[in-house]
Structure formats: C-alpha cells, structure tokens
Design a protein around this ligand. Structure first.
Ligand code: NAD
Length: 305
C-alpha cells in the first residue's frame, strides 16, 4: 500500500475553521503539509490552527472572506511568505441561502455565487499563477456538491454554483495539464452545520454526537458520515499517488468513495436536412424522448421499520 507523504508541501484550505474544511486541514497537516487555514470567523480559524499545532502539524490563520481577487491573493501570498511555496489549494468555503426560485432575492443569489463560484475562480486563478511560476505542478481540489451534480429543490444559487465548480474542474484540468497541476472536484456528504438541519438525518446526527455510530444504511447506503470520513480524499488527491487523476468529480462520504460521470449525450436521432417542430413531435417519443433523465438527489432510503 503506498504511504501518503506531503512533507515539504504547502496548502491553502478556504473555510477551514469548522466542518469539512477543518477536517481537510487536519488531514493535510497530519500527512506533513503546512496549512494556511482560512475562514471569515476569526475565532474558529485561530482554534483550528491551535488544534492542528497541538496535534503536531504546522498551520497559520488568514482571516478573510473569499470571493474577491484581493482575498485570493492574500491567501496565496500568505502560503508563500510562511512556507515559501504553494502546492495544494482546497476551495471549500461556502454558505447556503436556500429559497425557491420565485422567492430568491438578488442578495441570496449573489452571496452564494460570490462565495462558492467566484471564490473558487479567484483562489484557483491566484494559485495557478503561483504554481505555474514554481514549475513543480500542484493540486487544485475544488468542492462540489450532489446538488450541483443533480439539481436540488430550493437551491437555485447553490446548485448553479456547484455545477459551475464541476465545470471548472473539467476546464482547468485541460488548461493546467501541461503544468502538471491536477484539478478535481470532490463531492462530499457529511454531518456538519450545513447538513444537520436536514430533518431526515437529524435524529441520527444527534445520536452520533452522543457517541453512537451511524447505522450502515447511512454510512454505506447514503455515503453519509463524519467530516473526517470525507477528509481522506484530500491528502490522497494532493499526493504523488494521484498525479494521473485530473478533471474528475469524486464523491466521498461515510464508508463510500464514488466516481461521478460527466454530462454526455446519451441518445441521438437524425433527420436529413434538419428537424422541423412537426418532425420533432413525431419522432420524439420513440427516439431521444425515450431516454429522459431524472433530476434531483435521490431521497434517502430508510430501512423498513
Ligand atoms: N456538509 C455536506 O454534506 C456538504 C455536501 C456537499 C458539499 N458541501 C460543501 O462543503 C463545503 C464545506 O461545507 P460544511 O458542511 O463544512 O459547511 P460549514 O458551514 O460547516 O463550514 C463552512 C465554513 O466556511 C466558512 N465560510 C463561509 N463563507 C466564507 C468565506 N466567504 N470565506 C471564508 N470562509 C467562509 C464558514 O465560516 C465555515 O467555517 C462547502 O463548500 C459546502 O457547500 C458540504
């Protein structure tokens, strides 16, 4: 079995004061990387640095809201000032402002798009500039979501941002391949502040907090577990063992790791000289219309009572 060693490498993890980002920062540090912890919340960022340091790792905090070029440059510069380099970027910072389309305000839309989509773009751009200058490759680990892969009720802003992030990974993997910079989107599912409000999961999360293990139907069936369960994927993708992996969307959670497909044509029909509305209506049900796709994240399958 290869042993993952990130000694000498430097990482930036956005939104790593709590939740999944904190678990990613811990996992990177535990495997030898030096970490710039970022969050908007200074108290959790400082606490994260303290806990990483106490566990024997190396970390510093940079408190700034991601979403602007200035914030992205501050994060990359901090890694270079403190650790002399940047090898790994995890764009994890995120917020939710859920509402159905007809109730969603411009502010709801802009806040989510700025943090997730523009935050990922600006941080990845600043990191790519630095990594290309270094000339030693690197790893961009972007954070997607099942909502972005499948769509989700009430998440216009979030689903669009996360779908865009998966598209970033495909696009940047092509642009940065020659520089040996891998770019992947991870699709985590875990019990965090963001998910513990999902009513169906709430009793299980409560039990987990009281020291009970999550049941198999969640850990395996739903691929749902703790942030630490998701964190293993990050040092792996940042390591030499994953140099050949790029442009992928990789699901992780509970006991499960999964590869997502990318969108592709799955059915086609042809009309000599092109289609008319009438010929489309005629042929549709027996051709491409027979392959209509489902949308949404499948509802959790609870065991029979
Ligand atoms: N929890 C899940 O199951 C799940 C599923 C799919 C995707 N995700 C994604 O994983 C990431 C982390 O989610 P989480 O569940 O750990 O959330 P969380 O709310 O527990 O943690 C997010 C952290 O990001 C910070 N943050 C928010 N806006 C920021 C900004 N502009 N700049 C810097 N920091 C900022 C918050 O202060 C917080 O500490 C998000 O991108 C989320 O969309 C989570």
């Amino acid at each position: 079995m290869p042993s993952i060693d990130l000694t000498g490498k430097a990482a930036v993890v956005t939104g790593s004061g709590r939740g999944l980002g904190l678990a990613y920062a811990h996992a990177l540090a535990a495997h030898g990387a030096s970490v710039v912890v970022n969050d908007v919340d200074e108290a959790v960022a400082e606490a994260a640095v303290k806990s990483i340091t106490e566990a024997g790792g190396t970390a510093v905090a940079e408190v700034v809201p991601v979403g602007t070029t200035e914030a992205a440059e501050r994060l990359v510069n901090r890694a270079v000032e403190e650790f002399g380099r940047l090898d790994i970027l995890v764009t994890n910072a995120g917020i939710l402002r859920d509402k159905v389309l007809w109730k969603m305000t411009d502010e709801d839309f802009d806040a989510v798009i700025t943090t997730h989509l523009k935050g990922t773009f600006t941080c990845a751009r600043a990191a790519a500039v630095r990594m290309r200058e270094q000339g030693e490759g690197g790893s961009l680990i972007l954070v997607g979501s099942p909502a972005g892969q499948r769509g989700n009720f009430g998440q216009t802003n979030y689903a669009a941002a996360k779908a865009g992030i998966a598209a970033f990974a495909r696009t940047w993997s092509m642009e940065l391949g020659r520089a040996n910079i891998t770019v992947n989107a991870i699709v985590p599912v875990a019990a965090t502040a963001m998910t513990e409000t999902i009513p169906a999961f709430a009793p299980y999360i409560e039990a987990m907090k009281n020291g009970e293990p999550l049941p198999d139907f969640l850990r395996k069936g739903e691929g749902f577990g703790t942030p630490e369960d998701c964190a293993a994927l990050v040092p792996f993708l940042a390591s030499e063992a994953a140099r050949g992996i790029t442009g992928q969307a990789i699901g992780i959670g509970g006991d499960k790791v999964a590869l997502w497909s990318h969108p592709q044509e799955i059915a086609a029909a042809y009309a000599d000289g092109g289609w008319t509305p009438d010929t489309l209506a005629h042929v549709w049900p027996t051709s491409v219309g027979a392959e209509l796709q489902s949308v949404g994240i499948p509802a959790p399958k609870f065991p029979e009572a």
